[in-house]
Every structure is written in C-alpha cells, then in structure tokens.
Design a protein around this ligand. Sequence first.
Ligand SMILES: Cc1cc2nc3c(=O)[nH]c(=O)nc-3n(C[C@H](O)[C@H](O)[C@H](O)COP(=O)(O)O)c2cc1C
Length: 325
Amino acid sequence: MPIPKLFEGCLSLPVISAPMFLASTPTMVIENCKAGIVGTFPAANQRTSEGLEAWIIEIKSALKAYEQSTGGKVAPFGVNLIVHKTNPRVNADLDILIKHKVPLLITSLGAISDVVDAIHSYGGVVFHDVVNARHGKKAMQAGVDGLIAVSTGAGGHAGSLHPFALIQELRAFFDKTLILSGCISTGAEVAAARCLGADFAYMGTRFLATKECQINEKYKNMVVSSSAEDIIYTNAISGIPANFIKQSVTEAGFDLANLPTPDGFDIGAEMTDEEERDQNNKIIAKPWKDIWSAGQGVSGVNEIISIADLVKKLITEYQQALSIK
Ligand SMILES: Cc1cc2nc3c(=O)[nH]c(=O)nc-3n(C[C@H](O)[C@H](O)[C@H](O)COP(=O)(O)O)c2cc1C
C-alpha cells in the first residue's frame, strides 16, 4: 500500500518507535533515526512549548550533522500531540511543529482537518491513532495520511480489538498507510504485521527496555521480567482504558480486585509535575510516573540493550521470518 514519499529510501525496517509519555527523549529519537527507523516523542514530554522547540532544534541539528558526516540518510522523526480539550498546549505546540516543519505529526484522541491541512501546507505527514473503524472513518474524513491501528494488548491507552480484525476493518475503507500497534516486540512480529497488510509496525513497550530510554532501572527490569499475565487493562488509573504493570499498580497502594471508579481523562493533570496529596497528606501516585505502563508485548522483551543493537536484532529476525520456506 502507498507509503508517503517522506519514508522512501531512508528506512532500514518498516518500524516506527512509538511516542511514550515520560519515556521518549531526543536521544532516543536521534538513535532511532540514525538506525533507520522512525523516531518519535510526545510533545508533552517537554514541560513547556519553549522546551518542545528546543528539543526539535536539538533533534534536527543532530540528524543533519550525522547525515553530513556519514553521507547517509536518516529516517524522519515525528512528534505526538494529544488533541483533546484538556490539553492546554495544543495550539502553541502546533505552531512550533509548523514553524520547524516537523516531518511527521502523530495525533491522538482528536483528528481535526485544520490540523491536517496545516501540516500538509509544508509537505508534512499526519498519522492518527484509532482503536476501531468508527474512529478510523472520522480520521479519514479529516484527511490524515495514515491510521495507526491500536489493538488489544498495546502499551499505553490500548484498544480492545484483535489486530487481525482491526486491520481487516480499517483496510476495507482506507487505502492509505496503515500502521499496526500492539504487542510487536520482535522482528518476526514486524514481519507478521506486514503480512497482515500493515505498512509499518509501531513499537512502544520494546523500546522501554533500551539503554537510551529515560525511565528508571526498576521500571526497565520490570518490563524484562514481566509476562503478559502481569499486565492489567483498566480505565481506573488514567481515566480511559490503558495497560499497566500490575506490580507497579499494587506498589502504588491499589487493590487490583477493587480498583477505583475513574472520574474522566484529564491530560492537563497528567502533564503537570505538581504533587497531589490525599486527606492524610500522603502523596498520591501518578499514572505513568509512579504507575508504569507496558503492553502484553513484555513477553517478547528479554534484555536491556542499546537502540542500535536492538534495530540490528530486529532486522535479522525480520529477514529470517520472511525467508521461511
Ligand atoms: C509507557 C508508555 C507511554 C505511552 N505514551 C503515549 C503517548 O504519550 N502518546 C501516544 O500516542 N501513545 C502513547 N503510548 C502508546 C504507544 O505510542 C504505542 O501505541 C504502544 O506502545 C504500542 O504498543 P506496544 O507497547 O505493545 O508496542 C504509550 C505507551 C507506553 C508503553
């Protein structure tokens, strides 16, 4: 299926290293793009719009310097923007992405045609996260270039549909780029995504256990030691359904059998560094920072390695999987 020109001739593997709140950094983006896969980060990982601009400048200049010194071509990078009424920074962040002509915008929650048109005005590309065909059709009407099919078991705010069903349903009406997200942690799984009809694999959880990822060592080790049954899918933590590592949920003081009823999703509250305390003056554990997300794809994560080594490993596994006679 068609892949935007932006990605032609610069990828070593059809993989997007997915944006992860509090985890993705410019260093990860730069290492991903140097290794030939698309590097991304959420705009919200920088605490201000000015900080976001500084990160974009850092990434662009590091990639330019790398291309000049090697004569090679790096993969493009992308920024994720949560387009939701509770995100106070949407417009300011968007202005910065347009000013710096960020190659790829990944939108979550809201697909808005004005945003798509603004990115298209300089030749940028927009991919949008969806969990079902209804959201996919809305995003298609907004003019997005690609749909990210977020299936069951994915890290972060996951969907609930099986990837086979989701890809089938989206492909039935969408003939542009399809990206499959959820439990893709090995090169064989990247090949499986391609066999299903996806153009790209979207990998989050696997990149948590890399040397460059900025989450703490305990979190990384939990990703490595967990298996699929150690993951809980609940809306109790972040207000909308997401996957978290059970151990981090219980260590934050929750009873897994008796989780609280959520009172809605508020990205603005999740983005602040401010401490919240309960009536006993005890600090309330925050989703993402203290309660750690990962998908069922933890099963395929067995070691913490550098991004360069991980991409080499993924390429070998991908080629082996596709050469099976
Ligand atoms: C710790 C963590 C944080 C995430 N934060 C975001 C985010 O800020 N924005 C977003 O669009 N997706 C976010 N995601 C979802 C990923 O972008 C991606 O869809 C998902 O990780 C893919 O599934 P996998 O983890 O099974 O590979 C997050 C995932 C994880 C594990």
